[in-house]
Unconditional design. Structure first.
Length: 314
């Protein structure tokens, strides 16, 4: 037994040593990548920069974009020409670099820079789509009023991918330190409530409205949700119910019941199942409020299916 313990301790020591070597190699690799990026930009070997960034992480791509933008501006070169070349290139790494250059170009010509993003948002690559959405969110967060106007135009003309980008941007711009953003963000998202595309609705009701706007602006968001709950559109009602299924609704459980009582009467399965989902999720956090309510619903033939569905998960 003593020999086994000794062997086990030795293996732990070897494993720990291997982990330390791996951490050191990883750190050096990250440093080497940045050094190589700096060298390629310094020597203006820009044709080699994108191929070097293939499989690079987002931090390395952002670093390359920052260094490239700074170098081009110092030399008086046209940043927009380089973005256009990168967007036109077939390489995914070129598109990612172009995407991360957009915020730097935005500081020079706002409208021209942001016009590159729709093409990137519609990319076949989900990683590029997500990166472009994050850039839109960054621009909205840092230049709220002016970017908001552009997103309002996108909302009327855009596809499901564009609408998803608007929703993600609203999430990124949502900030409890900026209470003045509550109503503009709610109004920005409101026309999207009827969208049935999964990539839109999954990001809207449960995430943007529930997990973020309701969390950051509870009073204003709940007021809008009460108004939305009077709609007859099933998708709108689904979004309201799913927003109330999030952790942000727990502090307002009693108020949430006012809305959920109404939604539970909807005969459309799509809607009442969403209401049931909200009930059981709230019930796990506030059983003192939700369980007695569900007990009453079991005695109500109009709500019995909702109650049974919710109780199955409690």
């Amino acid at each position: 037994m003593v020999g086994q313990r000794g062997a086990f301790s030795n293996r732990l020591a070897v494993d720990a040593s291997a982990i330390l070597r791996l951490q050191y190699q990883t750190t050096m690799c990250g440093g080497s990548m940045r050094d190589r990026i700096d060298l390629l930009i310094e020597k203006r070997q820009l044709a080699e920069l994108s191929p070097y960034l293939v499989n690079a992480d987002i931090h390395s791509v952002r670093y390359a974009a920052q260094q490239l933008a700074d170098a081009l501006q110092e030399d008086g070169e046209n940043l927009f020409e380089h973005i256009e070349q990168l967007v036109a290139a077939p390489s995914g790494a070129s598109h990612h670099l172009a995407c991360q250059l957009v915020p730097h170009a935005y500081a020079i010509k706002r409208k021209k820079a942001i016009d590159y993003l729709p093409q990137l948002i519609e990319s076949d690559s989900w990683t590029l789509r997500d990166a472009a959405c994050e850039v839109v969110g960054r621009l909205l967060r840092e230049d709220f009023s002016r970017t908001l106007g552009i997103l309002e135009i996108w909302r009327t003309q855009g596809t499901a991918n564009m609408h998803r980008a608007i929703i993600i941007a609203a999430i990124r711009a949502s900030d409890p330190m900026h209470l003045e953003r509550a109503e503009p963000l709610l109004k920005l998202l409101e026309p999207l409530l009827t969208e049935s595309e999964p990539i839109v609705r999954r990001n809207l009701g449960p995430s943007a409205i529930g997990a973020h706007l309701l969390a950051h602006y509870p009073s204003q968001t709940f007021e809008y949700m009460v108004r939305w709950s009077t709609s007859n559109d099933a998708q709108v009602l689904w979004n309201v119910a799913m927003a109330l299924s999030t952790a942000a609704a727990v502090p307002i459980t009693k108020k949430a019941l006012i809305v959920l009582r109404k939604l539970s009467l909807d005969e459309r399965r799509f809607v009442w199942r969403a209401a049931a989902s909200a009930m059981w999720k709230l019930g796990r956090k506030r059983p003192d409020i939700i369980r007695p309510e569900l007990a009453r619903w079991l005695e109500d033939e109009r709500r019995i299916n909702v109650a049974r569905e919710a109780i199955k998960h409690l």
